[in-house]
Design a protein around this ligand. Sequence first.
Ligand code: HEM
Length: 520
Amino acid sequence: MIFSFILAYLEHLSKRWPEVCLASFLGYLSLRCYLTYKTQIIANWPIVGGLPYLLKNVYRLHEWSAELSTIGTSYLFKGPLLGRQELLLTCDPRNVEYILKTNFSNFPKGPEYLETLEVLGQGIFSVDSDSWHQQRKMANKAFGAKDFRSSIATMSQKVVEDKLLPLLKHLQAQVCTIDLQDVLLRYSFDSSCAIILGEIPGSLSPSLSSNEFSQAIDDAREVIFFRNVMPRRWWKLLRSLRMGREREVARILKTLDQYMAHYISSKREDLLRGVEANDLLATYMKFHEDRNDMSLNGDKFLRDTVLNFIFAGRDTVASGLTMFFWLVSKNPRVEKKIMEELRILHAKNVADSSRLMKPNEPCIYRLEDLRSLVYLQAALYESMRLYPPVPLNRKGVLKEDVLPDGNVVRPGMQITFSIYAMGRMQSIWGEDCLEFKPERWFGDDGKLLSESKFKYFVFNIGPRTCIGKDMAITQMKLAVAAILFNFHVEVLDGQSASPKPSTILQLKNGLMVKIKHRVA
Ligand code: HEM
C-alpha cells in the first residue's frame, strides 16, 4: 500500500519536474559511487571512469603509482564516457620488457602521445617509425664520433671548473640558504648547452638571474605534462579556445624558435669561418654539409634535433643529481664511503707530477679519473632506482597483442608504466627495496654489476634506449666528485622528498641547503 503510494508520487514528480528528478537520481548515483569506492586507491566509476581518482591524485602522481603497484601489477583505467580512452597502467617488469624490447615494433609512442610533444617538433624524441629509425641512425653516428665524445668530458669539466665551483665558493662565503635543485638545474642547463650548442649560457653566474631560454623549456614541460594527464579532447578544446596552459604554447614556441635560430645561424657562420667546433650541433652540420637533402640539413631539422637533445638532457641530469644529494644527506655512511674513494684518488693525483695540482685550489676530477669511481657510480644508479628522473613512460598499440601477464591490448589503447613504482617493488628488489644501498650493485667478486643484470628501466631498454646515458653519467660524476670533495652540503632539516607532478622527477619545494667548507 505505502509502496504503491510512493511510486505514484514519484511518477507525479517526474512528470512535473523531470529535471529535479534527473538531478536527484544522478546525485544518488554519485553518492553511492562515492560511498562504495571512497576507500579504494583506484576504480572505474560509471560515466566518469577513473578520472576522479586521477584528479584526486594528480598532485602526487608518482607516489600514487607506487601505491597502485601494491594492489596489483596491472590495472585497466577507463577515461570518462565522452571520448572514452582505455589506459593500461602496468608495472609488471615482464610486460615492460616485452613492450620496450621483445615486441618493440608493436608499441610505438603513437599519435596521441606524440601530439602532446608538439613543442619538440619532429625530433628523435617526438617521432615514430621511419623518421625515428633515420634519426636514431644519425644520432648513433654522432654519439659515436670520437671528437664529440671527447668534447663531452672537456665541456662538462669546463663548466664544473669555471662556473659551478666558483659559484659554490661564492655561496659558501655568503653563508646563505640556497635551493640546490635550482643550482643543479643551472649546472645541467649550462653543461648541456656547452656540449650540444658549444656555448655556455651563463646561468651559473653569482647573480643567479633567470634565463629566458631555460624558462621556455620549463614552461614547455608543464604544457607537455598537462596534456598527458588531461583527456585528449579536453586539452584540444582548451587549445582551440586558447585557454589555460594552452594559451602559453604560441609564446613558448616563439621563444624556443628564436633561440634555436640564433644558435644555428651563428654556428653556421663559425664553421664557414673555419672555427673548430666539436659540439653536437657542429657534428650534425658537418655530417650533412656534403648532402643536398634539406630535410636533413635544413634549419627546421637542426632546430628539432638539437632542441630534443637539450630537452632530453637538461632536466634528467639535474633531477638525478638533486635526488642523489637528498639521499646522501640521509645516509652519512654512504657519503663516508664516497669520500674515501675520492680521497684515495686525490692522493694518487697529487702524487702524479703530470697533474700539477696546487694544494690550495679546489680539486677537479677529470674524465680519466671517473672510471675508478665505482662506488660513486653504484650510488648514482641506486639513487636513480629510487628516484628515476623519468618516472613514467607511455606507449601506444599497433596491433592486438597479449602481454606476458595475460592482459590483452588493442589498437587505440594507451599503456603507461611507472618506473618510479618498479624501482620500489619488493618482488624486484627484495625486502630492503626502500633502502638506499649502493652495495646491491656489486657482485660477490666485488665488481660493479651492469644494470642489465637488474630490472632497471631508468634509461629505458631496447631500441629506444637512452642515447645520452654515458654523457649523463659523465656530467653527474664530474659534478658530484667536485662538489663533495670541496664542500659540505648541509641539507636543512624538516624537508620532505615529495616529487612534484611532472614528466621529470623534481622536488615540489626544492632542496634547501647550506654550502659549507669541507673539513678534511
Ligand atoms: C640521468 C639522466 C638521464 C636519464 C635517466 C634518461 C632517461 C631516458 C629515458 C627513460 C628515455 C626513454 C624516453 C621515452 O622513450 O619516452 C630516454 C631517451 C632519450 N634520451 Fe635520455 N636520459 C638521461 C639523460 C640524457 C642525456 C644527457 C641525453 C643527451 C643529451 C639524453 C638523450 C636521450 C635521447 C635523444 C632519447 C630518445 C632516444 C630515442 O627515442 O631513440 N638523455 N632517456
